[in-house]
Ligand binder design. Structure first.
Ligand SMILES: Cc1ncc(COP(=O)(O)O)c(C=O)c1O
Length: 418
């Protein structure tokens, strides 16, 4: 692995190897993570990174584009076919910049955005005061019904009619349920708003057609290509043909610079992979494993927010165990299981402490873990939550976690030999 860096910068090389070992020895349950196929790594590190170009195929601002024009067009064809979309722009550097492209495409300073509250599952780029977007636009929020912990569409509709936003955003970082895109599209139509869905978390499940797609309902659909799509650290945006010019201008020159052809090529490889029966079966297993894990956690005495999950992630309410999300995350990390602390709806604790944790099943499913192993993981999580300071318990849990994951290689043997 990294045969040139190994020679020229052993210090950096050793740190990368150290993280490879950490990844190999960790039960990875952060919902936004996945393990990329070797081809994605190969293409992300390919010679395509050398090419500087701005603009779209056949309309570039620099010379030497004839080959990468073909690559980008191949990507359009694959992406539109895979997701059943009218138009795509594959130039986004990440899920965040995918959102910025749409804002640049359709909004003016001071325009109103209605999106999901950050502390109930929304994302920073949808209007958090901590994000620069909040300095430019006016933000209003919708949330979940306190009883069902699922989106309160009636309240959303009422707010939309009062606020009359220019853009309504669906999609979240920590929402375990399916979203009623049809209902939200109707609300957007009634108030004359654009409707955007940020499917960053669920793009792989959508591509595999194991959950419903937002593409038919939304004006714009943005996404990361990491997370369930299991591809390069980049982004993509789909839209209706009638918005194609707006989106392309919002992307470049509206919000981005030159094209990253190395990660674009990796995304294009993944478009082919995501259409395969193998990927579909993987995504179905992710769904099945998430449902199983939610039940297993309930059996260990945890409360699952909204009573379950329809996608790859769940939110666990830790209050019955008397442990904060912060302590749960840090203690699990110390024994080789990674999750992230997360606020639960109407959380009395701050975002830095939290009463909950978010657990995702993509990476573990890719490694081959199934119900038998997940039952053990849920049991370890209970023991850690109930005794986060008991060194004997933690040592036993660490041993079990390490033994369990060592039977499921991160990459095939010899993948990094050179
Ligand atoms: C809903 C949502 N949108 C956008 C993003 C940002 O994606 P990226 O990290 O690729 O910029 C995230 C990342 O967690 C997300 O959950």
């Amino acid at each position: 692995m990294l045969k040139y860096t190994r020679q020229s910068d052993p210090e950096l090389y050793e740190l990368v190897v150290e993280d490879l070992k950490r990844q190999e020895n960790t039960i990875e349950m952060i919902a936004s993570e996945s393990t990329v196929p070797l081809e994605v790594m190969e293409l992300s590190g390919s010679i395509l990174t050398n090419k500087t170009l701005e603009g779209l195929p056949h309309k570039r601002f620099q010379a030497g584009s004839e080959v990468v024009d073909k690559i980008e067009e191949l990507g359009w064809q694959r992406a539109k076919e895979l997701f059943g979309a009218e138009h795509v722009n594959l130039q986004s550097y990440s899920g965040s910049t995918a959102n910025y492209s749409v804002f640049a495409a359709v909004l003016d300073p001071g325009d109103k955005i209605l999106s999901m509250r950050l502390d109930q599952g929304g994302h920073l780029t949808h209007g958090s005061p901590a994000n620069w977007v909040s300095k430019i636009y006016h933000h209003d929020f919708y949330g979940v019904d306190p009883k069902t912990e699922q989106i309160d569409y009636d309240a959303l509709e009422k707010t939309a009619k009062e606020v009359m936003p220019k853009l309504i955003i669906a999609g979240a970082s920590a929402y375990p349920r399916l979203i009623d895109y049809e209902r939200m599209a109707k609300i957007a139509e009634e108030v004359g708003a654009y409707f955007m869905v940020d499917m960053a978390h669920i793009a792989g499940l959508v591509a595999a057609k194991v959950i419903p797609s937002p593409i038919p309902w939304a004006d714009f659909v943005t996404s990361s290509t990491t997370k369930t799509f299991c591809s390069a650290r980049a982004g993509m945006v789909f839209c209706k043909e009638k918005h194609a010019k707006l989106l392309d201008r919002g992307t470049f020159p509206g919000s981005l610079g030159s094209v990253h052809f190395h990660t674009m090529a990796a995304k294009i490889w993944s478009m082919k992979y995501a259409a395969s029966p193998e990927f579909r079966a993987l995504m179905q297993k992710v769904l099945d494993n998430a449902k199983f894990m939610a039940k297993a956690m309930e059996e260990e005495g945890f409360r699952i927010v909204s009573g379950g999950t329809d996608n790859h992630l769940m939110l666990v309410d830790l209050r019955s165990k008397g442990v904060s999300g912060k302590v749960f995350q840090n203690t699990l990390d110390s024994i080789g299981i990674t999750v992230n602390k997360n606020q639960i709806p109407n959380d009395p604790a701050s975002p830095f402490v939290t009463s909950g944790a978010r657990i995702g099943l993509t990476s573990t499913t890719q490694r081959g873990l199934g119900p038998d192993e997940l039952k053990v993981v849920a049991n370890i999580m209970r023991r850690v939550a109930e005794a986060p300071e008991d060194t004997a318990v933690l040592a036993a849990c660490q041993k079990e976690a390490r033994e369990l994951i060592s039977a499921f290689p991160l990459y095939p043997a010899g993948a990094f030999e050179d």
